[in-house]
Ligand binder design. Structure first.
Ligand SMILES: [Zn+2]
Length: 320
């Protein structure tokens, strides 16, 4: 049963907005495209892996959890909960070959022959496992076996390791073999540690304590407000800026007409600059010349606000 689904992370949403709105000559434009490409590939790789989880209807499935460790956070791609054991899945979509040496260093060789050092996914998943066990103890959750696997969601990824490195076969699997691997755990752990009700309660605590990452990407990429292209964008063809004509938004490129195109643009604003917006900022970001039109659109959105009639601050919905 799917309890918490996978959604695009705030980081990906922010990168998409920056890619859409950053002036093309900005020195970090290509780095933004690079990071976005990599993260989207990861996101879709994880999504394609979800297909292999379908036979495990008896498990409660939670995707994309970010929980507190001592003074930081740890992230889990997918957590399967059953009354007998918990299973962490770290899903990787990797192109090329991964080579593990006897020192547990990992080298990735891309299809074009270039080599790079790679973060060892076995260390990563073992760290998540110990963080989760520690988190459960801290939250007074009764003990239950926790296991973890690295799932390669690209069937073309080649894994090479010396026979002395037993951990590779113990922790890594390609997604078509995931079912078999889970069956082994099911045979290994017979005793029911939790009731269904306790599993439901644990899922609720996990979701409640999940803290989405919200990085300041403008700061990280040294992007200033002046580098951001303003205006309402067309949700059909992504043209920007869309004009306001006789009380509605009109795309000059594809002729799409809609009353509420400003809503998506305000989501961009919230992702870039935060959820507080004044009438002045609204006019500026949407390239609106009339404060009165702005006032009406803001009024129609029924937003929470603070401050008096002048200098009123509206609160946009929190990106999630
Ligand atoms: Zn359009």
């Amino acid at each position: 049963m799917l309890i918490k689904d996978r959604t695009k992370s705030i980081r990906i949403k922010k990168l998409e907005v920056i890619q859409r709105r950053l002036v093309r000559h900005h020195p970090r434009f290509l780095s933004i495209e690079d990071e976005l490409g990599g993260r989207l590939a990861g996101h879709y790789g994880e999504q394609s892996n979800d297909y292999f989880l379908k036979p495990f209807n008896s498990f409660s499935v939670l995707h994309d959890l970010r929980l507190s460790a001592h003074d930081s956070f740890f992230q889990i791609d997918t957590l399967l909960l059953s009354p007998r054991f918990l299973l962490i899945l770290e899903v990787k979509y990797i192109t090329g070959t991964l080579i593990f040496d006897h020192l547990n260093q990992v080298i990735r060789i891309r299809d074009d022959g270039t080599e790079e050092a790679f973060q060892n996914p076995i260390f990563q998943v073992k760290r998540q496992q110990s963080h989760l066990i520690e988190w459960m103890a801290r939250n007074r959750i009764p003990q239950i076996p926790v296991r973890s696997l690295v799932v390669m969601s690209n069937p073309k990824t080649i894994i090479k390791a010396p026979p002395s490195n037993k951990e590779v076969s113990q922790y890594i699997t390609h997604s078509p073999y995931l079912q078999e691997r889970i069956k082994v755990f099911e045979k290994m752990f017979i005793e029911e540690k939790f009731t269904r009700k306790q599993i439901g309660k644990l899922s609720k605590i996990l979701i409640h304590q999940h803290t989405p990452e919200n990085p300041d990407l403008l700061k990280r990429y040294q992007i200033e407000e002046k580098d951001i292209i303003k205006g309402v964008y067309c949700t059909k063809c992504f043209f920007m800026p869309v004009h306001r004509k006789r009380g509605t938004w009109f795309c000059p490129k594809c002729s799409y007409k809609s009353n509420d195109l400003h809503l998506n643009t305000l989501m961009d604003f919230a992702l870039l600059f935060g959820t507080k917006i004044t009438n002045q900022q609204f006019c500026d970001f949407l390239c609106l010349s009339s404060r009165h039109v702005a006032k009406r659109l803001l009024f129609e959105m029924n937003l929470h606000h603070s401050g008096g009639f002048k200098g009123r601050i509206y609160i946009l919905p929190e990106p999630e």
